[in-house]
Design a protein around this ligand. Structure first.
Ligand code: UT7
Length: 403
């Protein structure tokens, strides 16, 4: 495109959410269930947090990656995009499957997103908004067209179920969005990211990393579980949610009266109410669903987005603020104009076709694992003619052969 003075001006690109999805484990644990295992009551949990129940992944085969993958599949289904067209997968998580490989790479493999880069993002409960912000930058600068941003957690696996200060708060689940490049103005307009590492000890999993590697002692003393100074995190959260929202709105040249919906991190009803009072935002503009899920960390905002859309709380041209806080300490807010069309009906044959590609992705993954084993066993014979031919074939098939 040529500008007024004849200089080349690239077309402006915008990043829009065009697909969304969520996944929750089947098993629901109510406050009353918890009162059976720790010294708490339904009344205490409801009045101090707003939480009524949470979903917990009790099946060992249900993991952060499987929940993230299900949410991502739904997002691709809504956007009607094949996984092969995804350029990048960002998985924000506080309960990754491993230190490495990344949960995002596991999701990439299971989706068959063969062209996508993948990495995990560690910014605790702010992670999803961090991921959106990063994905937006990749899209507006022309690096990527289609990015999956996922928030996925199985916090129940790092929760001390004998600690009433924490076990009543958290839940498992995943949410995902597809961000797509578009020339239509709107989408993500401005973001604010923040961190104050001096508060790192307020919310932490002390052991299992490189500072305090796993030992019999760390396990015996429960250092692999979430530890939290709830009151200090509460004070930090009530201050930072309002500040970050205001800052992001100012960057987007909007004020609080322009806001149609706020989707806050769903940690505690009292934190949300206090922050919204500071912003002088009417409660009907705030979306809250924490009563059903508890605090699902990185997944809480995308799950809330899905529910808000299901409940038709979001309309075209709405200005939406997403704002979160978490361990780190970190905080993040983003302002976006919603221009995505409402979910359209994807023809049944295309849904079946897509689900067939996921089965193929599983076969492909198994074949790749097997081929690596074959290749490994041929290394000793590297110089002999037939084994070299075979390893070359395998590498070429995998697309890893250096010419
Ligand atoms: O994504 C970020 C994650 N973290 C958060 O968002 C946490 C932010 N903080 C909070 O949400 C709140 O601080 C809590 C919900 C964790 C706690 O609420 P609080 O109103 O700040 O309670 P408190 O910590 O001041 O504790 C009040 C009392 C204490 O008893 P004493 O010392 O007054 O006798 C606690 O021992 O409540 C007791 N208590 C409980 N009682 C029944 C703490 N947990 C429980 C419980 N059931 N589950």
């Amino acid at each position: 495109m040529t500008g007024d003075n004849g200089t080349y001006r690239p077309l402006q690109r915008y990043a829009h959410i065009t697909g969304w999805g969520k996944a929750l484990p089947e098993r629901v644990i109510t406050n009353k269930d918890l009162a059976q295992i720790v010294d708490t009551t339904d009344e205490w949990i409801r009045s101090r947090t707003g939480i009524e129940q949470r979903h917990v992944a009790v099946d060992p085969d249900e993991t952060t990656a499987t929940l993230g993958m299900k949410a991502a599949r739904d997002a691709l289904h809504v956007a009607d995009l094949p996984a092969s067209k995804v350029d990048l997968i960002i998985c924000a998580t506080s309960s990754p499957e491993h230190i490495f490989p990344s949960t995002a790479s596991i999701i990439q493999d299971s989706l068959g997103a063969v062209r996508a880069g993948a990495f995990d993002l560690s910014a605790a409960c702010s992670g999803f908004v961090y991921g959106l912000t990063l994905a937006n930058s990749m899209i507006v600068t022309g690096q990527s067209d289609n990015i999956l941003v996922i928030g996925a957690e199985t916090l129940s696996r790092i929760t001390d179920w004998s600690d009433r200060n924490t076990c009543v708060l958290f839940g498992d689940g995943a949410g995902a969005v597809l961000l797509q490049a578009s020339a239509i103005p709107g989408g993500i307009m401005a973001s604010v990211l923040g961190s104050d590492g001096s508060g790192g000890d307020l919310l932490t999993v002390p052991a299992g990393g490189s500072k305090q590697p796993t030992t019999l002692e760390t396990v015996a003393s429960g250092q692999h579980f979430i530890k939290m100074d709830g009151r200090a995190v509460f004070r930090f959260a009530t201050r930072v949610m309002a500040e970050a929202s205001r800052e992001a709105l100012a960057k987007a040249h909007l004020d609080i009266n322009d806001v149609d919906v706020v989707i806050p991190h769903q940690a505690n009803l009292r934190i949300i109410q206090s922050s919204m009072r500071q912003l002088k935002l009417p409660t009907d503009k705030v979306f809250i669903n924490l009563q059903n899920y508890g605090n699902t960390s990185t997944a809480s905002i995308p799950i809330a987005l899905c529910d808000a859309l299901d409940e038709e709380r979001i309309k075209v041209n709405d200005n939406i603020v997403m704002v979160g806080f978490g361990a780190g300490l970190t905080w993040a807010a983003t302002v976006l104009k919603w221009v995505a069309p409402p979910a359209h009906d994807v023809p049944r044959w295309r849904a079946s076709q897509r689900s067939a590609t996921y089965s193929l992705a599983r076969v492909r993954s198994r074949f790749l694992r097997f081929s690596r084993k074959v290749e490994g066993s041929l290394v000793a014979e590297q110089d002999s003619g037939w084994s070299k031919v075979l390893t070359d074939r395998i590498s070429r098939w995998r697309g890893t052969k250096e010419e």
